[in-house]
Design a binder for this molecule. Structure first.
Ligand SMILES: Cc1cc2nc3c(=O)[nH]c(=O)nc-3n(C[C@H](O)[C@H](O)[C@H](O)COP(=O)(O)O)c2cc1C
Length: 195
C-alpha cells in the first residue's frame, strides 16, 4: 500500500517561498497518495490554555482543528512548511502546533493517545529572508514539538531549511534553492523507500 502523505503549507502568502519549496518536494512524491492542506484557508483558533484537554483529551474549541488533527494522526508522512516569522514559525503554524497540545495531554497526562500503527515520518521545510542559518534556531524546535506529539521521532524527520529568500518569488528565481529542494525531496523519498 502506498504511503499516505499529508503536506501542510502554513504561510498566509500563497505560492510564496515555503509553499513553492513544498511543491518542489511533493513533485518527487509521484505515485504516493498526497494531500496538501492550505492552513490559512482553515479556521483554527489559538489555544485558550483552559487545560480541559488534560482532563478530557479533547479541545473545547470546535473548529477545523479536529478534522486536521485526525489527518495528522492518520498519515504515514507529515510534511510541514512554514516561513520564519519573527524568528519562529508563522502564527498560523503556531496556532495549529499549540492546539496539538491535545495530543500532548493524551500522550503525557492521560496516557491514552492511541498507538500509531506502523512508523511515521516527517519533513520540516522552512524559508527565511535573512542570509544566515542561525535564523532557523528557534523554528526547528517549535516544529519538532509537532512531530514529537505526532509520534514522529527525530531520526525519522528530515529538514529543508532555505535562507536568503525574502521576496515572494525568490525561491522560484533561485536555481540553487530549487536544486536543494529537489535533492531534499529525492533523499527523503529514498529514505522512505529504504524503510
Ligand atoms: C511578519 C514577518 C516576519 C518575518 N520575520 C523574519 C525573521 O525573523 N527572520 C527572517 O529571516 N525573515 C523573516 N521574514 C521573512 C520571511 O521569512 C521570508 O520572506 C520567507 O521566505 C517567507 O516565506 P513565504 O513566502 O512562504 O511566506 C518575515 C516576514 C514576515 C512577513
Amino acid at each position: 500500500m502506498p504511503l499516505s502523505v499529508l503536506a501542510i503549507t502554513t504561510s498566509p502568502r500563497r505560492h510564496g517561498n515555503s509553499e513553492s519549496a513544498l511543491d518542489t518536494v511533493l513533485e518527487r512524491f509521484s505515485g504516493m497518495s498526497v494531500e496538501k492542506v492550505v492552513l490559512n484557508d482553515l479556521n483554527i483558533s489559538p489555544c485558550k490554555g483552559c487545560g480541559k484537554c488534560e482532563k478530557t483529551g479533547e479541545c473545547i474549541q470546535k473548529d477545523d482543528y479536529q478534522a486536521l488533527a485526525a489527518k495528522i494522526r492518520a498519515c504515514d508522512v507529515l510534511i510541514f512548511a512554514s516561513p520564519v516569522y519573527s524568528m519562529s514559525v508563522c502564527a498560523q503554524a503556531k496556532a495549529l502546533i499549540d492546539r496539538c497540545q491535545v495530543f500532548w495531554s493524551q500522550k503525557y497526562v492521560l496516557k491514552n493517545l492511541p498507538k500509531v500503527v506502523g512508523k511515521k515520518y516527517g519533513m520540516f521545510i522552512s524559508t527565511a529572508g535573512q542570509d544566515r542559518m542561525e535564523v532557523f534556531e528557534h523554528t526547528v524546535p517549535v516544529a519538532r514539538f509537532l512531530f514529537d506529539v505526532s509520534e514522529i521521532s527525530a531520526g525519522r524527520t528530515h529538514l529543508l531549511l532555505l535562507n536568503g529568500l525574502d521576496a515572494k518569488n525568490d525561491f522560484k528565481n533561485s536555481p540553487d534553492a530549487i536544486l536543494k529542494a529537489k535533492d531534499a525531496g529525492d533523499n527523503f523519498r529514498k529514505f522512505l523507500e529504504s524503510q
